[in-house]
Design a protein around this ligand. Structure first.
Ligand SMILES: C[S@@+](CC[C@H](N)C(=O)[O-])C[C@H]1O[C@@H](n2cnc3c(N)ncnc32)[C@H](O)[C@@H]1O
Length: 305
């Protein structure tokens, strides 16, 4: 029987020899997963023998990673805004940029009065304020919003039934807030009941925004493993954003609702103009952690501050 340390060293060597860029991190995450010991806890058991079954699991995960499969799919889970989400090749792996999108959306929720103070966070949660995550994929943004907004009912939509199956699994694995998330299938706003037109306070989306001509520039790890439907929008890369921006005013509350959309930095000026053309009164683009323009915030109605 090998110790966890021996498995760790073997995994690191194998992944390093395969030319992967971060073999130490990858090996550690794989062994932590097999040992069910995270956040430094592996150190406490590292000299102990690993059960045979765990050893085989490490072996399988290392083989998959060595063949270029993203670490997140190999592990089967990834962290997003403090949530531990199940991910597999049916959904896009939630990105740090999208954590920023969720953060911007939550700031906007606070401005709209949808966020509570710390003291009364969960008292009499009503789930009456309508919020949507369009193109929810794994359910990452929808669950982050539901977790932070006790009064929100969050609609998570996606065209892909496969993606919604993953989102459903994440709802099932989450505590209370998931009961205020409803998942519906359909093409952008077609997925939402028409009687909810004019009632949403916040619409959030991370739509596909890569152009077909840019696919060749994507890393193999992305293009070869993640669902291209979730990444690629069409010839210009703006097709999905155009649909979301054009459809949003009809579903937002007339007396103050906000659209928050993730975009590629080079699309910022064009999308700002699209939002103005769609009738939004106050439009800006927030930056991501790498200081690139990343998140459109388009406010409609009369609730500007
Ligand atoms: C960039 S991924 C975002 C996934 C997830 N929200 C996240 O941020 O990690 C875009 C999502 O939009 C969905 N999608 C693509 N075209 C769509 C359409 N026409 N209507 C609704 N959803 C669509 C894809 O299936 C995918 O799940």
């Amino acid at each position: 029987m090998s110790t966890w340390r021996a498995l760790l060293e073997d995994a690191e060597r194998t992944l390093g020899d395969a030319g992967l860029p971060t073999p130490t991190i990858d090996a550690r995450r794989i062994v932590e997963e097999a040992a069910d010991q995270r956040d430094g806890a592996l150190a406490l058991v590292v000299e102990e023998p690993a059960p045979r079954l765990a050893e085989r699991r490490v072996d399988t995960m290392v083989k998959r990673r060595r063949q270029g499969e993203p670490l997140q799919y190999v592990l089967g889970s990834w962290s997003f805004c403090g949530l531990d989400l199940f991910v597999d090749p049916r959904v896009l792996i939630p990105r740090p940029e999208t954590e920023r999108t969720a953060e911007v959306a939550l700031d906007e929720a606070a401005r709209l009065g949808l966020r509570r103070g710390r003291g009364d966070r969960w008292r009499d949660a009503r789930g009456e304020e309508l919020v949507a995550d369009l193109g929810t994929g794994s359910g990452a943004i929808a669950l982050a919003l539901a977790g932070a907004l006790p009064d929100a009912q969050v609609w998570g939509t996606d065209r892909s039934g496969d993606a919604l199956a993953v989102a459903r699994a994440n709802l099932a694995g989450s505590a209370g807030p998931a009961t205020r998330v409803r998942l519906v299938q359909g093409d952008w706003f077609d997925a939402l009941p028409t009687e909810l037109r004019g009632r949403f306070r916040l619409l959030v989306s991370n739509p596909p925004y890569v152009a077909e001509s840019e696919v060749a520039d994507l890393a193999d790890e992305i293009a070869g493993h993640e669902p291209l439907d979730a990444l690629v929008s069409g010839p210009t890369g703006l097709e999905a954003i155009e649909r979301v921006v054009a459809g949003a005013p009809e579903f937002l509350a007339a007396a103050g609702g906000t659209l928050v959309v993730e975009l590629a930095p080079h699309q910022a000026a064009t999308v700002t103009q699209l939002a103005r053309d769609a009738g939004f009164v106050e439009v800006r683009v927030e930056r991501d952690l790498a200081d690139r323009e990343r998140v459109l915030v388009a406010r409609g109605g009369e609730a500007g501050d």
